[in-house]
Design a protein around this ligand. Structure first.
Ligand code: KDO
Length: 340
């Protein structure tokens, strides 16, 4: 082959390669231009079998439908990403986008919110939804946004807390709990609740409760009954005492950094997903609470109905005379009671 032929072939080859590249450039560019999905990291101490663990699957599904491929939703249960109670700090630092946080978590930074950590304030799940989805919720959620930099998107019913004890002691009134080491989550508001029931409140993280009950480092714990089932506490306890002492809430919260980075439509999708998740949790939990006592009885647990009025009186007296109550906005307790 003489040199001009070689040159011509080389030039032809170069032209072909350039044309091939040009044909692929728009596709490559389009790929590079597609925005990366927004990362939504979720952390919860819930066990996967509990409704407020499963509700995050509903959240993810809802977003996949309303905004396909727009979000990378990462669900971390069992406290595997952040320890129970540390979620608000993680959100503030920008390490976490979403969590379900309790009134107790909020009360640490928003003392007005501690009214919802008090026993026998919220009457039942319906009352809870009315309170938080109305003007009281609006006012207090605004405070949470200002003081914690999170937006509360929906209120999930965690269930009504009951006592669950290792032994079969007779418990009718608060005095019967004297000296009982009752595990509570580790904050002063939780410990106050445990003490107000007449027990000796002992702090312990949720993930350590099963072993604590098994080995006897604690005498009992309090949680809603679906959680007693899902976390298998019934395997290491002998008795349920139906005190109904706290109609408990979890608020689906998103960090304001994430919330304010979203368009109005995106915010609408996120809120709808949180509300669908809460509804799924609430419906299933209420239904389970209506049935689960039979399950415990079949497992050999005693179910004891104590003098609830005596517990209510002791708990309400403790709160009314507490320092905490001084932070409650004037007239709020009456407004909560009047919410129908
Ligand atoms: C618990 O530790 O007893 C508690 O019920 C407290 C709640 O606020 C919430 O953190 C819950 O645990 C976890 O989600 C595990 O169910």
């Amino acid at each position: 082959m003489n040199t001009p032929t070689l040159l011509r072939r080389t030039l032809l080859g170069f032209a072909a390669t350039t044309a091939l590249m040009a044909a692929h450039v728009p596709a490559a560019l389009a790929q590079a231009a597609a925005p990366a999905p927004t990362l939504l990291r979720i952390s919860s101490p819930a066990v996967p079998d509990d409704w407020h663990g499963k509700m995050w699957g509903v959240f993810k599904e809802s977003l996949n439908k309303s905004a396909p491929a727009q979000y990378d939703v990462q669900i971390n249960l069992n406290g595997s990403l952040f320890k129970q109670g540390t979620e608000p700090a993680a959100m503030a630092r920008g390490n976490l986008e979403l969590a379900s946080i309790s009134a107790f978590d909020i009360a640490k930074l928003v003392p007005e919110f501690s009214i919802f950590t008090a026993g026998y304030v919220i009457r039942d799940p319906k009352h809870q939804q009315k309170v938080f989805n109305g003007p009281i919720g609006d006012e207090l959620f605004k405070l949470a946004s200002e003081k914690m930099d999170v937006t509360l998107l929906a209120t999930a019913y965690l269930g009504t807390r009951q006592l669950n004890l290792r032994d079969n002691r007779k418990v009718n009134i608060p005095a019967d709990l004297k000296g009982v080491k009752l595990r509570m989550p580790g904050s002063k508001e939780w410990l106050f609740l445990g003490d107000s029931l007449g027990a000796t409140a002992t702090p312990l993280a949720f993930g350590e409760v099963y072993m604590g009950l098994k080995t006897g480092t604690i005498d009992g714990q309090d949680n809603p009954l679906p959680t007693v089932r899902a976390a298998k506490f019934y395997e290491v306890t002998q008795q349920i005492v139906l005190t109904n002492h706290l109609v408990d809430s979890l608020f689906i919260a998103v960090s304001n950094k994430t919330w304010h980075s979203l368009s109005a439509t995106e915010q609408k999708h996120l809120k709808a997903a949180a509300q669908a998740a809460a509804k799924f949790n609430n419906d299933n939990r209420i239904q389970e609470e209506g049935q689960v006592l039979d399950f415990f009885k079949k497992q050999g647990l005693k179910v004891n109905k104590p003098d609830q009025a005596a517990f209510r009186k002791a708990v309400q007296t403790a709160y009314d005379t507490s320092e905490m109550a001084q932070n409650w906005p004037k007239g709020l307790i009456d407004r909560i009671n009047a919410t129908k």
